[in-house]
Write a protein that binds this ligand. Sequence first.
Ligand code: ADP
Ligand code: ZN
Length: 518
Amino acid sequence: MSEQLLAVLKQSFGYSSWRNGQQEIISAVLQGRDCFVLLPTGGGKSLCYQLPALQLPGVTLVVSPLMSLMKDQVDSLRANGIAAAYVNSSLSREAVLDVLNQLRYGELKLLYVAPERLLQPSFLERLQEVGVSLFAIDEAHCISQWGHDFRPDYMALSQLKQRFPGVPFIALTATADPATQQDILQQLGLSNPYIHRGSFDRPNIRYTVQEKFRPLEQLLAYLKQQENQSGIIYCSSRRKVDELTAQLQERGYKVAAYHAGHDSTERQRVQDAFKRDDINLIVATVAFGMGVDKPNIRFVVHFELPRTIEAYYQETGRAGRDGVAAEAVLLFDPADIGRMKRWLEAEENPGRAEVVWQRFLSMAAFAEAQTCRRLVLLNYFGEARQQACGNCDICLNPPQQFDGTELAQQALSCVYRVGQNFGLHHVIEVLRGGQTQKILDFGHDKVSTWGLGKALSHDYWLSIFRQLIHFGLLQQDISHHSVLRLLPAARPVLRGEQQLSLAVPRLQSVAKAPAKLA
Ligand code: ADP
Ligand code: ZN
């Protein structure tokens, strides 16, 4: 059996060996067993149903939520001489009828469908007539409300098992947290499934978090170091994507924007240009990436905090597909957390908002972690690990602590001197002896803390203040222009009754920037 499968692997797909887990999964499918496959993106999931489809007598139905992926997969299967087709809303009526005819006459080995099409009664009846050998549910996490990408269309898939008793199911996903996994098995009604959980580690990707001060300058400094390598820069809004793209174009970068506000022709054009290396940078929203199979992406920058660790992992995972060293850089401003919170308060479904918030907190915790980034990631996905990786910013450049009591006292008393009525940047400018109009207007050049901290840069102070907020000594009053206020924990520090250990701010990337930028 195993030799025969290997022959099919070579003949039909042109590969000479199995990737981790593929052989066992495929054997289980061919024995008629339900399967659950958890493998990271690029792990080779498609083969786990494509190869069985060739061996089984009837047709294999592949449920997929993504039209562009369907087309890509079907094109490449056909290029290998495999009878495959898809039906979705992008096809004309005639084209759909043509596919349905091929289905009726048993000419297809693989048929890709969107869930809403699959569940139309007439389509289901037709399937019952032709004999389905296997159901493959791709992106299976879409069925779970706990998942990060819940799609109501997927819910109805839970009736399939009853309609097609005895037909094996294979559910595949790259989304991993244990609650979602359980939910998938249950919703789909998989019986005694063979479960394969692959490792999510991408050892060639270096994870780096940079505290965000002046993001554009930080990004430009980083891009200088990358020369003309390919990279993606993710932003959280279309507006930001357009703005940043223009800023990079002005500076001569070969860059294009990608987001759902552009029509599909434009998106395709950008994607192709990137693939051909005509442009080497793409600034994008989350809309970019599904189905991007470019092996030599050397870096992924997150200009803003992603909403979930799943999204972060998927997006960073697009770097270094070729196995060569790559980097994921996250620019992190703790204020993004408050922004997300306000945004969620507007969400009308409170249960959903809670799920989204909890997921977001895990992402924020990753960014704030003082331990190996890879450990945080892998443990989040339920892959127990204890060994620090040696290839992330924390491992390579461990955070250093110093006695920050005196700086904390200066910062806290400056907040007090300006009446707990001003925001972060104003307070810092007072400390640094600034003479802005606002400082002069309010007479803040007369307070005793004015100029006390002029030896340190604005960004250095910003990092100190963020830590004081983080430790609960200060708070930013979101309901009142984000003014800084002292919290009770500030008192013992101000009085000199308590020492405070702080992390040395990491400004290296910024510090390097100005000379090069000038
Ligand atoms: P996933 O669906 O898990 O994201 P894919 O099925 O798209 O991953 O596979 C990722 C890449 O790996 C594809 O380019 C595919 O052709 C390739 N691949 C899959 N299996 C093998 C194998 N056994 N040997 C070599 N390449 C493989
Ligand atoms: Zn590490």
